[in-house]
Design a protein around this ligand. Structure first.
Ligand code: Z57
Length: 830
C-alpha cells in the first residue's frame, strides 16, 4: 500500500501549499474552481449540496498550509505531544467552526453573495459528525479545540464510526431510532490516508519460545486481523495559525483475509465475509454511562487503540526511535476506561515487539498514561469478562495478569495479612464472574488519575477508589471540566458576543476570565436592557428554528426553562415532569388561577439508549404530558411543553443562548460534572440545581444569590440510603406529590388508560433509586423562588449578567492549562 514518500526541502513544501488570497476575489476564484474541478458542476447547475461541498473544500484550503506545517514540525522537532485517546468525539458542525477559526466569515458571506448564494443556506446542508453520545464525547471535542488554540501539539485519536449517534424520531410519542447516515452526501472535512494504515490482530493463542539470545519470550499467534485506515481531520486553533490533527480509524478487511476466504471457493460468501471486518467501525454504541459488555465493543476499543499507539510510536516517531525516551515525546490521556486496553498493548509493543525488559517497559508505560474517570455510577465502570478478553486478546490477558500479580505482591508487602484489601484492589475480580476491572488497571498504570469536578474527584478518592487513594494519594487530582467559548459563546450566541465585545473588546474569546470586566455593567440599567434584547432575539431565533425544524409554534414571551441532556434516571427528568404535572394540576383543579402563574415554556431534549427501557418510557411520558398540556385551552399562554426530537450539538447551539433557566437537577453525588450546566450559565441562564458535579463550583463562582439551589446534599443522600429509603413515605406525606403521581397513574396523560405509565409510576413509588420523591418538595419550593425572581426582570437580568461575568473559569482553555500543569507538563509551540 505504501508508496515512497518524497522529501522536498522545507521551503518548497510550504511554497506548494500557500493559501488562496483571503479577500472576496480570492475566495470566489477558489470557490468556483472547487465547484468546477472538485465537484464537476457549473455554478448554474450546482445543487445546494454541491455548493456546500465546494465551500467546505475551499475553506479547508485556507487552513492547509498551517496544518502541513504543524505535521512537519511534529516529526522534525523533539516536542512532547498529547495523545488524547477517546472512543467518542461529539464534534458538531465543522464549517462554522473553521470559518470562525480562520476569520473568513465576512469574506465568505460577501463572496457567496457575489455568486448569488447565501452562507445561511449552505451551512444548513452540513450533517454534524455525531461521533459521541453526550458529555464525554463533547468534552473531548472541546479539549482538542482548546489545545489547538493554546498551540499545544495534540493528536486526537478515535474511531470513524460510519454511523454516529442515532437520529431520534418520535412515533406516537415513543422514541424510534433511525441510522445516522452522516457520510451519505460526502464528508469534505476528512482526509483518508490508506498509505498510513495499521494492521490490527485478534484472537488466536500465545506461544513461548527461546530467542536468539537464549532468553525465553512470548509471541502472539493471532487468528484474524483487520486494517485500520486513518482519516485525518483539521483541528484549527482560534486565529493563531495552529492546526492540530484528529485522527479517526476506519476498519477494513485485509488482503490476507480476502485471500484465505476467497480460496475457500465461494466468491459471493467471501465478499460478504469482508463486511465482518468492516463491522468494527460500523456504529457507535449508543449507551451513555451504561456499558453493554459486547464483544464488538471490545473489538472497537482494541482496534482504535492498537492503531493509535502504532501510529504514534512507529509513524509519527521514527521506526528506530529510542523508546526509553518515549515519555519525552508523548503523553496519552485515557478518556474514561474505554481506551484502557492501550496499557497492555503498549507493554506488548515494548516487550514482545521491541524486546525491552519487562521492568523497563513498565517504567515507560507508567510514564506515558494518565486516566480521567467520568462517573460515580458503579454500573458505568467497565469490567470485561475474563473469558471474553482472553479469547479476543490472549496476549493482553497474560500481560494484565502479570501486571496484577506484581501489583498485588506490592499491596501484600505493604499490608501484610489484609487479604480483603487485596481482593478489593485486584485488577481481576472473582465475583460475580471473573472480570478485568478496567478502572483498576487504568489506576495502577497511570501517573495521574483525575475526576472532572471538585466534588467528583473527592468522591472518586473516598468512594470509588478509596484503597488506591490511600496507597497513592499523590496520584489523584482534580481537573474541573470546561467548554470551548468559541463554539458555545462566540459562534452559538453572536448577539451576546457582539454586546460583550462592544463592552470589553474581543480578548475574552481566548481569555475567558476577561468576562469579569462585565461585572460593573450588571449594575447599568441600559446594559441590562440591551442584555434582555439579546435574550429576546435569541428566543425568536429558537422559535424560528423549531418552526422550520419541527413545525412547532412556540410563544416568544414566556420564561424559557430548559432541560437538555441524555435521558437517565440519575439526571431525573422525572422530577422535572412532576413539577410540570403539579403546575398543570394546580390549574386544572382550580387551586391556582392561570393568571397567578408565571408563564413558562419547558423544553426537553434527550435521547435514551435504545435498550434502556425505563428511559424510553420516560420519553413517552414527557411527550404525553406535552400533548395534554399544549392542547388544554386553559393553559394557552401559560404553560407550554416542547420536546423537539433529536437533540444534538447543532440544536444546542440555538437552544442554549435562548434559555432563561437551566435545569441541573441530578441527585447529589451522581453527576460527575456536567458541562451543559456551564454552557447555560455562560450564556446568561440562571441555574436551578442540586449540589452536584460542577454545579457546586458554578454556584460558588456566580454567587448563591444568582443560583437556585435545592435538594439533598451528597452526605444526606448517603445517610438516607443507609437508613433505607422509602419513596412511598414521601408520596403519603405530600398531598401535591400524591396528586401528581395519581394523575399520571389514573391515565390523565394516556387517554384514561392507567396501564400506559404504570411502570414509570411504580418505579418512582417503590424503587426511585435516585430519590426524586425525596427532593420533590424542595424542588417545587425552589421553582417558586424562580417565579418570584423572574417577576422582577431587572433583578433577573442583573443575575444573568453576573452569571456570564463570573463563568470565565469554565473555559476548556483553563481545563487544558490545568491538565498541562498538573498532569501532562507539555509546552506550547511558537
Ligand atoms: C459520559 O458522557 C459521561 C460519563 C461517562 O462515564 C460516560 Br460512559 C459518558 C459524562 C458525565 O456523566 C458528565 O457528568 C461529565 O460532565 C461528562 O462525562 C464529561 O466529563
Amino acid at each position: 500500500v505504501k508508496g515512497p514518500r518524497s522529501v522536498p526541502t522545507h521551503e518548497r513544501a510550504l511554497e506548494a501549499v500557500r493559501a488562496p488570497a483571503a479577500d472576496v476575489d480570492g475566495f470566489v476564484r477558489e470557490f468556483l474552481r472547487e465547484l468546477n474541478f472538485g465537484q464537476g458542476v457549473s455554478l448554474a447547475r450546482a445543487t445546494v449540496n454541491d455548493q456546500y461541498l465546494a465551500l467546505a473544500r475551499t475553506v479547508r484550503h485556507y487552513l492547509m498550509a498551517r496544518w502541513l506545517e504543524a505535521i512537519a514540525h511534529q516529526r522534525r522537532e523533539p516536542v512532547k505531544a498529547v495523545g488524547y485517546l477517546s472512543a467518542e468525539y461529539l464534534l458538531g458542525r465543522q464549517l462554522d467552526n473553521a470559518l470562525l477559526a480562520a476569520d473568513l466569515e465576512g469574506v465568505v458571506t460577501d463572496g457567496l453573495a457575489q455568486c448569488g448564494l447565501s452562507l445561511d443556506t449552505l451551512r444548513e446542508q452540513e450533517e454534524e459528525p455525531g461521533l459521541g453520545n453526550g458529555g464525554l464525547g463533547r468534552l473531548a471535542a472541546c479539549f482538542i479545540d482548546s489545545l489547538a488554540t493554546l498551540s499545544v501539539p495534540c493528536i486526537g485519536y478515535g474511531i470513524r464510526y460510519e454511523y454516529g449517534i442515532f437520529r431520534q424520531t418520535f412515533v406516537d410519542g415513543r422514541q424510534v431510532e433511525q441510522p445516522d447516515t452522516w457520510l451519505a452526501l460526502g464528508s469534505p472535512w476528512e482526509f483518508p490516508h490508506p498509505e498510513s494504515s495499521q494492521p490490527v490482530n485478534f484472537a488466536g493463542h500465545t506461544e513461548t519460545f527461546v530467542d536468539d539470545d537464549g532468553s525465553e519470550r512470548t509471541r502472539w499467534v493471532p487468528e484474524w486481523g483487520v486494517i485500520g485506515v486513518p482519516y485525518n481531520y483539521m483541528v484549527p486553533g482560534y486565529r493563531n495559525g495552529r492546526v492540530n490533527t484528529l485522527r479517526l480509524w476506519s476498519a477494513q478487511a485485509t488482503k490476507a483475509f480476502d485471500l484465505s476466504i476467497f480460496n475457500g471457493g465461494d466468491y459471493v460468501d467471501a465478499v460478504r465475509a469482508q463486511t465482518f471486518a468492516e463491522n468494527i467501525s460500523k456504529v457507535l454504541y449508543p449507551e451513555d454511562s451504561t456499558p453493554q459488555g459486547k464483544e464488538l465493543r471490545l473489538q472497537q476499543q482494541y482496534f482504535f487503540v492498537a492503531c493509535s499507539l502504532a501510529d504514534f510510536m512507529f509513524e509519527v516517531l521514527d521506526k528506530d526511535f529510542d523508546l526509553t525516551r518515549l515519555p519525552e515525546r508523548i503523553v496519552f490521556q485515557l478518556n474514561d476506561t474505554h481506551p484502557v486496553i492501550a496499557v497492555p498493548e503498549m507493554m506488548r509493543l515494548l516487550v514482545d515487539v521491541k524486546k525491552l525488559p519487562w521492568d523497563q517497559a513498565w517504567e515507560i508505560t507508567r510514564q506515558c498514561f494518565n486516566y480521567t474517570c467520568h462517573t460515580l455510577l458503579p454500573e458505568a465502570l467497565e469490567v470485561w469478562p475474563v473469558d471474553l478478553l482472553r479469547r479476543l486478546l490472549p496476549r493482553h490477558y497474560e500481560i494484565i495478569d502479570r501486571i496484577n500479580a506484581e501489583f498485588l505482591a506490592d499491596v501484600r508487602a505493604r499490608f501484610p495479612g489484609d487479604e480483603m484489601m487485596v481482593r478489593r484492589m485486584s485488577i481481576i475480580s472473582d465475583y460475580p464472574e471473573r472480570g478485568v476491572r478496567m478502572a483498576h488497571l487504568a489506576t495502577v498504570a497511570s501517573g495521574r488519575v483525575n475526576g472532572v469536578a471538585e466534588l467528583h474527584s473527592q468522591l472518586l478518592r473516598d468512594k470509588v477508589l478509596p484503597d488506591f487513594s490511600r496507597i497513592w494519594p499523590e496520584k489523584f487530582t482534580n481537573v474541573t471540566n470546561g467548554v470551548t467559548p468559541r463554539r458555545f459563546l462566540r459562534h452559538a450566541n453572536p448577539s451576546l458576543s457582539g454586546l460583550i465585545t462592544e463592552a470589553i473588546g474581543d480578548g475574552w474569546v481566548t481569555d475567558l476570565d476577561k468576562l469579569q470586566e462585565l461585572e460593573p455593567l450588571a449594575g447599568d440599567a441600559s446594559f441590562r436592557a440591551r442584555f434582555r434584547e439579546v435574550k429576546r432575539a435569541n428566543k425568536s431565533r429558537l422559535v424560528n428554528l423549531l418552526r422550520e425544524r419541527d413545525g412547532y409554534e412556540l410563544p416568544v414571551e414566556p420564561m424559557l426553562d430548559v432541560m437538555v441532556k441524555r435521558l437517565h434516571e440519575y439526571k431525573r427528568q422525572s422530577l422535572k415532569l412532576l413539577h410540570i404535572v403539579t403546575l398543570y394540576d394546580r390549574i386544572a383543579s382550580g387551586r391556582v388561577a392561570a393568571s397567578q402563574i408565571q408563564p413558562r415554556t419547558f423544553v426537553f431534549g434527550a435521547k435514551a439508549a435504545p435498550g434502556y427501557w425505563m428511559a424510553k418510557e420516560t420519553i413517552h411520558l414527557i411527550n404525553a404530558v406535552a400533548s395534554t398540556v399544549n392542547s388544554d385551552p386553559a393553559l394557552e399562554g401559560v404553560l407550554h411543553v416542547a420536546f423537539p426530537a433529536n437533540y444534538n450539538v447543532t440544536l444546542a447551539e440555538t437552544l442554549i443562548p435562548a434559555a432563561d433557566l437551566s435545569e441541573q437537577i441530578s441527585l447529589a453525588g451522581k453527576e460527575a460534572s456536567g458541562t451543559g450546566n456551564m454552557k447555560f450559565a455562560l450564556n446568561g441562564a440562571l441555574t436551578i440545581g442540586t449540589d452536584d458535579g460542577a454545579n457546586v463550583e458554578i454556584r460558588r463562582l456566580v454567587g448563591e444569590d444568582n443560583f437556585f439551589l435545592f435538594g439533598l446534599l451528597e452526605p444526606e443522600v448517603a445517610d438516607l440510603s443507609a437508613q433505607g429509603y422509602v419513596p412511598s413515605s414521601f408520596y403519603e406525606s405530600d398531598d401535591e406529590l400524591k396528586r401528581a403521581l395519581d394523575l399520571i397513574a389514573a391515565g390523565a396523560f394516556s387517554g384514561g388508560n392507567p396501564d400506559t405509565f404504570a411502570p414509570v409510576v411504580s418505579n418512582l413509588l417503590h424503587e426511585d433509586r435516585f430519590m426524586a420523591l425525596a427532593d420533590y418538595r424542595a424542588y417545587l419550593d425552589a421553582q417558586a423562588r424562580v417565579d418570584a425572581a423572574y417577576a422582577d426582570q431587572d433583578a433577573w437580568s442583573r443575575s444573568a449578567i453576573l452569571n456570564v461575568a463570573r463563568c470565565g473559569f469554565f473555559s476548556s482553555d483553563r481545563s487544558m492549562r490545568d491538565y498541562i500543569d498538573r498532569i501532562w507538563h507539555t509546552d506550547p509551540v511558537s
